[in-house]
Structures are given as structure tokens and as C-alpha cells.
Design a protein around this ligand. Structure first.
Ligand code: HEC
Ligand code: HEC
Length: 402
């Protein structure tokens, strides 16, 4: 069973935030239900408590959650950039500006994060299997699947030095310090009271619950592809339909499978390292494996791959032509030693590359163009793009992003 595998793999992975299970289980009651993602009312969010959604929205936008009160979740997950940040690598603490213009003004550049910010859109569906089943409490998070569930994920950035905490306090007191700040804020007292019925919920589990409930409302499931699936033959262009067929024929869907176009599992594909990073990113458990990302809503969430080295969608899909060739021992897929027996990433032996890359069908320039056209049919720009006018702390919504 896929989810037991995911569970086993992730517990083996080096612990970052995920080992600190110091907050109560906030498992979602709909665990294991079949979710129809094309029914836009069915987001996997059984929590229809709008007060909790609005509290979560405030927490998501309020830099009060960061040590220096300068970074919010929205600094790196902003609706103007498809709830990602439009950057190859994110900048947290000490960052000023938004998206590609954001600069790290902190001494020693502490806010430089070594990975690309993934979108929040449709993270409600992370872990969804081919039948459309989801287990929200086991939903894999991060490029290396090291954390399960949105609830558990939400507390990670607050503890993280580069993302939000900075020098303000030590990691082990980070959550308590933030809880104290919220407890002292009259507006948050009121918001927690309306969402949970009491102010005792101003604790890490309550914060995580509210943020996740908000995140589960950020969904986009009515793309041209979804309309096509629902029977509207005209929703996709002929090129997109050809691209969809190529996508399946060459075997992209061996990993990009199911309603989310992801198996949510870890694979070694050999994406090259980002040249500005001092150390090679070795992925999950040092294996160079990363999680298959969803292919929905790519239009606004570039650049691509775990470190943003995929500039355009064209370039990103073209990577597979080289990856396939090198994995098979030569640029053209024949013998001949290709990249000296290495994959596209010189730190990864070609024999380590996933068989599903080696076995991809041949890809020529036309195939790549058609596949890119098809990927554009997976975009649904109609998601909640609300930017709050103000947040309870009185700080700038989204942090130092202006
Ligand atoms: C400094 C930028 C930054 C900030 C601030 C930030 N994130 Fe992220 N977020 C990232 C990056 C980068 C990753 C991927 C990290 C990795 O995979 O190791 C990520 C991953 C995630 C994921 C996993 C998505 C997936 O599909 O795996 C979620 C959910 C998320 N962030 C939510 C949040 C929330 C909630 C907050 C605020 C409490 C927040 N982020 C603050 C940059 C940021
Ligand atoms: C072996 C499994 C596998 C196969 C086969 C595969 N992919 Fe991927 N795909 C991945 C993984 C894993 C990543 C993330 C790699 C990384 O960031 O290091 C990825 C990333 C991507 C991305 C970047 C998405 C983003 O948000 O950053 C695109 C686009 C993509 N794949 C398209 C394709 C296409 C098109 C094909 C077929 C030509 C394909 N993939 C075949 C596993 C696979």
C-alpha cells in the first residue's frame, strides 16, 4: 500500500522539524475518504468553520509569527506568484521585497533558503492516490516528503532559522514565544475564541489547525483539462490533446499519475544542483530522491524543480530528453558513455536514476512543445487571491514585501 510505504520512507528520513511531535494529533476526520476534486465544493476540508479559515488567513499573512516580525508565510507563498514566490531559491529572514525582486539584506545572508518554494494551491490534496483517496494526516509535505500533514508542516517554518525565526530566539522556545505574542494580542484572543470557542486554543496545535484549515481552501480544480474530463470536448486545443497523449505514451504518467499528476513518491531523476549553493542538495535521506510534484497550476509557480533550475516550462520538460539519454549511457539514448557514466547531475551515477526515466519514450522537439501545451491545460487561475488589508499585529500583511 502506497501510504504505508510513504510512512516507512519518511520515518527513515533524517529528522528536521518532523521529529518533534510535541503537539497533539490534529488528524482530519475525513481520513481515507474518496474526494472528487472536480467537485469544487469538495476540497477535502471538512472543516467548514469560516471563522477558523479567517483566523488561518490572518496567521498566514501576519509576520508576527516570525522572530524579527518581518516574514510571513505569504512572503514566500504569495497569490501573485501562484502561492509560491517566483524565485529559484526562497529568501526568508532579513528579506525585503517580493518575488524575483526580493533581496536578502540580513548580515551574513541568513534568510537564504536552499530550496524552491512549492505552491500552497491544492496542497489539500497532497498524497491523493489514483482513486482520489486522501489521508490528510499522512499527506506528504516538502520536496523530500520529510513531514506528514499540513498541520505538522505549518509549525516547521516558524522554528526554522532561515525561514522565519532568525536570531530572535532559540529553536526550542520559538513556538512558545510566538504563542505568548498571540496570547497578548486582543484581536487574536477574539479570533481564536470565535474559531475554537475558547482562547486555550492559542497553542501550537491551534495555530497549526487554523493555518491548515485556511490552506485547504486554496484550491484550483477547474482547469481546461478538468472541463475536458467532464465532457467538454472543446475545453482543450488539438495540440493539448496531442500533448496529453504524448505525455501518457512516453511515460510521464508513470510518476505524474492520478488526479494531481503526482504519485507523491520519491524518485531519483538527477536534476542538477543550483550553482549558488555551497553544498549539493542530496534530497531525501541523502539518496538524491525528491518527491514528484503536482503538475497543476504550473503557469504561475515557476521556476521549477526543487531548486528552481528549471527556468521555463519548455526548458523543464526538455530536461527529460537529456536525463533519459544520460541514464541510458549516451546523449541520444544509445551506448557511448554520455556524461561519463553520470546522470545530468554529476553527483549522481546514472545507475541510480529511476527506471521510469530510463524507460521514457523518445522525445523530440515537437513532443516537448505539445507536452508543454498540455501542461498549460492543467492551469486554473481561479483560486482565492485575497490579500488582507491588515493583520491583527498591525504589521504589514505578508511581511517586508513592499
Ligand atoms: C522563506 C520562505 C518561506 C516561508 C516564510 C514559508 N515557507 Fe513554506 N516553504 C518554503 C520552501 C522553500 C519550501 C520547501 C522546503 C523543502 O522542501 O525542504 C516550503 C514548503 C511548504 C509546504 C509544503 C508544500 C508541499 O507540497 O510539499 C507548505 C504546505 C508550506 N511551505 C506552508 C508554509 C506555511 C504555512 C508557512 C508559514 C507558517 C510557510 N510555508 C512559510 C518557503 C517558505
Ligand atoms: C521517475 C518519475 C518521473 C517521471 C517518469 C517524470 N517525472 Fe517529472 N518529476 C519527477 C520528480 C521527482 C520531479 C522533481 C525533481 C526535482 O525537483 O529534483 C519532477 C518534476 C517535474 C516538473 C517540475 C514541476 C515543478 O513544480 O517544479 C515538471 C514540469 C515535470 N516533472 C514534467 C514531467 C514530464 C513532462 C515528464 C515526461 C516527459 C516527466 N515529468 C516524467 C518525477 C518524474
Amino acid at each position: 500500500m502506497k501510504f504505508t510505504q510513504v510512512l516507512m520512507i519518511t520515518t527513515l528520513i533524517t529528522c528536521f522539524f518532523s521529529c518533534q511531535k510535541d503537539f497533539p494529533d490534529v488528524a482530519n476526520p475525513i481520513d481515507g475518504e474518496i474526494i472528487d476534486i472536480n467537485n469544487t465544493n469538495n476540497t477535502g476540508n471538512t472543516n467548514t468553520n469560516t471563522n477558523m479559515v479567517e483566523l488561518g488567513r490572518m496567521l498566514f499573512w501576519d509576520p508576527i509569527l516570525s522572530g524579527g516580525k518581518d516574514v510571513a508565510c505569504a512572503s514566500c507563498h504569495h497569490p501573485n506568484f501562484g502561492y509560491a514566490d517566483g524565485r529559484a531559491l526562497s529568501i526568508g529572514v532579513g528579506g525585503v521585497g517580493l518575488g524575483p525582486n526580493r533581496q536578502d539584506l540580513s548580515p551574513g545572508n541568513i534568510g537564504f533558503v536552499s530550496r524552491n518554494s512549492p505552491t500552497i494551491i491544492n496542497t489539500a490534496f497532497n498524497g491523493m492516490d489514483e482513486d482520489g483517496q486522501i489521508f490528510p494526516s499522512l499527506a506528504p509535505m516538502f520536496w523530500d516528503n520529510r513531514t506528514l500533514s499540513l498541520e505538522e508542516q505549518a509549525l516547521g517554518p516558524i522554528r526554522s532559522f532561515e525561514e522565519m525565526r532568525g536570531h530572535a530566539f532559540d529553536e526550542d522556545v520559538a513556538l512558545d514565544s510566538i504563542v505568548n505574542r498571540l496570547q497578548e494580542n486582543a484581536e487574536y484572543q477574539q479570533l481564536f475564541e470565535s474559531a475554537f470557542g475558547n482562547t486555550n486554543a492559542i497553542n501550537p496545535a491551534g495555530i497549526a489547525r487554523a493555518i491548515s484549515t485556511f490552506e485547504r481552501t486554496i484550491v484550483a480544480t477547474n482547469s481546461p483539462f478538468d472541463q475536458f474530463q467532464a465532457g467538454n470536448q472543446n475545453a482543450m486545443t488539438q495540440n493539448q490533446i496531442r500533448g496529453m497523449n504524448r505525455f501518457m505514451q512516453v511515460g510521464c504518467d508513470d510518476c505524474h499519475s492520478g488526479p494531481m499528476f503526482s504519485d507523491f513518491e520519491l524518485h531519483v531523476v538527477g536534476v542538477p544542483d543550483h550553482n549558488q549553493l555551497d553544498n549539493s542538495d542530496t534530497g531525501a535521506n541523502g539518496t538524491y530522491a525528491f518527491r514528484t510534484p503536482t503538475l497543476r497550476n504550473l503557469d504561475e509557480t515557476g521556476p521549477y524543480f526543487h531548486n528552481g533550475v528549471g527556468g521555463s516550462l519548455q526548458q523543464t520538460v526538455d530536461f527529460y530528453r537529456t536525463a533519459r539519454g544520460f541514464a541510458n549511457g549516451g546523449p541520444s539514448g544509445g551506448g557511448g558513455g554520455g556524461n561519463n557514466g553520470l546522470s545530468v547531475n554529476p553527483n549522481v551515477d546514472r545507475n541510480e536514476i529511476d527506471d521510469d526515466i530510463r524507460n521514457l519514450g523518445n522525445l523530440n522537439g515537437d513532443d516537448i512543445q505539445e507536452i508543454v501545451d498540455f501542461l498549460r491545460a492543467l492551469d486554473d487561475p481561479d483560486f482565492d487571491r485575497t490579500i488582507p488589508q491588515s493583520v491583527p499585529s498591525g504589521l504589514n500583511p505578508g511581511g517586508n514585501i513592499n
